[in-house]
Design a protein around this ligand. Structure first.
Ligand code: ADP
Length: 595
């Protein structure tokens, strides 16, 4: 579901993840060539007329291709172009075989992608593997039978799959992308755990009740308290399971305190991203015999009568049926990357908002469940991440300096919000500023605590070369970098340093991370909100069973993770998404396996 780190992760996922396309050595991209991240449009002539595609390039990798215009009624339908897309993305190469029986259309598609790539200014040779990529022949059979079929290979889906397999079930995971991971892999991976070993070591008092109270309050008390209590009751167990059963490594002494959370509560996986969780879950799943079908998109749930009995999917253009003897777990994530769906439920989140979400976050899992009668809740609740890259939309991890005390100022050089407040409050405040962006300002005291420029060195470098971040030895210097009135900015920082001393912020009631901004080098980073998490989705009960529009359980259908609604209310607290996906993924996996 984005930031530089996401680019790093995406690269890692590409390397480590499962690839459903035939074996070919992925080419190495020339490290020295500079390519600007962005989405580039290319056109060509297909068999049926004009073909237009939008190619997204991040960190020298083609991460997504969308067809903008196509008239290929005969040769190249959406499924064949999906085959080409998957191969290009998986191998970061446009040197791909044509789809058999659709050579002219394939050439048209590849030409459109090449023309888009050229718009980026990169030499085409960067995206041409030496060897031509052979397209996957796809799945051999058109019908498979498992005990449990899980839709989506993110954190929720993989947790459900591992748990069901641990309980003896024969499990399949269907993942529409060439690689597993979803938004989980590109997230920060922080996990709110009340009562963790780290809290104990640090002498931090916390409780399930405090977790429940923070979560309900953070979501304006519209979340389902039963679900929030389930989250709190199972968070510690889920964390222990990840550590001991799955082998996820967490930093031993690090805890983060996100906005709206009353104490430092979030444990942090090694590497500072969710990819640690995804890769360990994937390894465990494979060990347990879970079959992961990548490039396999669930298109419908099979419900011949009262019960969901399987999934219809597509793989390399062919329809494949997966019977699920015990049931289906829908863990297909949210819809933050789907502008139309966002606007269907909340007009505010139009295309002016970029997104932190991965391309797969299209809401498919919600739609296919709704099609068989599932009840949806809180669909208009869409969260933005306040401090994202204003050009690419991806989360800025360097901007996590905010959690260590960096302040936000506007173009006038003035503070305008409590920087340790809720994501929605900060996002709304930034959107209310001229230009809908803001600047984060910090110095060495903050840097010493958060070390974000060092931990996310690659992102830091890119932000600097993209002129979105400047490092200077004076506050005046920072102001000049973005044409801010330097007297005002100096005055803002001085005033804030006074508040730090008094541990009281009379202007915006900042509640945490009172850190001075006195010692250079200083940093200023331009940030803007991006859509990040969709709180709405399939209604579930505490057993992760999907509920229909009459309020009854839909037998055979479980749902977990961002595809569900009702847990986070109007606003998800930082650190609660990983908690949600692991807790409810495990509940779904356990219950479905016991059918
Ligand atoms: P969560 O955090 O709830 O696990 P993620 O975004 O991490 O959500 O993972 C959801 C996964 O589901 C993504 O990898 C996404 O590509 C996948 N997905 C979405 N729609 C489908 C679909 N129709 N079929 C198969 N996989 C899907």
């Amino acid at each position: 579901m984005k930031k530089i780190i996401q680019r790093i992760i995406f690269g890692a996922v590409l390397l480590l993840g499962l690839v459903a396309v035939a074996n070919v050595t992925t080419q190495t991209v020339q490290a020295s060539t500079k390519v600007k991240d962005g989405t580039y449009v290319g056109t060509s002539k297909g068999e049926g007329g004009k073909l237009k595609v939008a190619v997204t390039i991040k960190d020298k990798k083609i991460t997504d291709i969308k067809t903008v215009e196509s008239h290929e009624t005969k040769g190249l339908g959406s499924e064949a172009s999906e085959q080409l897309r998957a191969a290009i993305v998986a191998h970061n190469s446009v040197n791909v075989d044509a789809v058999s029986g659709a050579s002219k259309s394939s050439e048209g598609y590849l030409d459109a992608v090449k023309s888009a790539v050229k718009q980026s200014g990169a030499p085409l040779s960067m995206f041409m593997s030496k060897k031509k990529i052979a397209l996957s022949k796809g799945l051999k059979k058109s019908h498979y039978t498992y005990d449990v079929v899980v839709i989506g290979g993110g954190g929720a889906g993989l947790s459900a799959a591992v748990t069901a397999a641990e309980n003896g079930a024969k499990v399949a995971v269907l993942e529409k992308q060439p690689n597993v991971g979803g938004n989980t892999a590109v997230s920060g991976g922080e996990f709110n755990v009340p009562g963790s070993d780290i809290q104990k070591r640090k002498g931090i008092k916390d409780s399930k009740a405090q977790f429940v109270s923070d979560t309900l309050k953070g979501g304006d008390n519209i979340a389902d308290p039963a679900l929030v209590n389930t989250l709190a009751d199972n968070a510690l167990g889920a964390y222990k399971w990840l550590k001991s059963d799955v082998g996820v490594r967490f930093h031993k002494n690090e805890l983060l305190q996100f906005g709206g959370v009353s104490v430092p509560r979030a444990v942090v996986p090694v590497g500072g991203t969710g990819n640690e969780i995804v890769q360990k879950l994937l390894t465990k799943a494979k060990k347990l015999g879970v079959k992961v079908y990548t490039s396999t998109k669930a298109t419908a749930l099979i419900k011949p009568a009262d019960r969901v009995t399987g999934v219809t999917a597509t793989n390399t253009g062919k329809t494949v049926t997966f019977d699920a003897k015990k049931g289906v777990v829908d863990a297909a994530g949210g819809f933050a990357a789907n502008v139309n769906m966002r606007m269907q439920y909340n007009k505010k989140y139009d295309a002016t908002y970029k997104t932190t979400a991965v391309a797969g976050s299209q809401g498919d899992g919600i739609v296919i469940a709704q099609n068989i009668g599932a009840q949806l809740v809180d669909m208009k609740q869409i969260q933005t991440y306040p401090t994202s890259n204003p050009e690419t939309g991806i989360i800025s991890y360097v901007a996590d300096s905010r959690f260590s005390g960096a302040i936000l100022v506007n173009q006038a050089g003035k503070r305008f919000v409590n920087e340790s407040g809720r994501r929605d409050d900060i996002s709304n405040a930034i959107m209310a500023q001229p230009g809908h962006y803001a600047y984060l300002v910090w110095g060495q005291e903050v840097e010493k605590l958060g070390k974000t420029t060092k931990t996310y060195k690659k992102e830091f470098k890119t932000l600097k070369s993209d002129k979105l971040l400047f490092e200077k030895n004076s506050i005046k210097g920072l102001a000049k970098s973005f044409d801010i009135d330097s007297k005002t900015l100096v005055n803002t920082v001085d005033t804030f340093n006074g508040y730090v001393k008094a541990k009281k912020d009379p202007d915006f009631a900042k509640s945490a991370a009172f850190t001075p901004i006195k010692k250079g080098q200083f940093y200023i980073e331009k940030v803007a909100p991006s859509t990040h998490h969709t709180m709405g989705g399939i209604k579930i009960n505490t057993q992760a069973e999907a509920i229909n529009t009459n309020g009854q359980v839909i037998p055979g259908l479980y749902a977990a993770g961002e595809v569900t609604g009702g847990i986070h209310g109007t606003n998800r607290l930082g650190g609660n998404a990983i908690c949600d996906i692991i807790v409810f993924g495990r509940i779904a996996g356990k219950n479905v396996s016991q059918n």
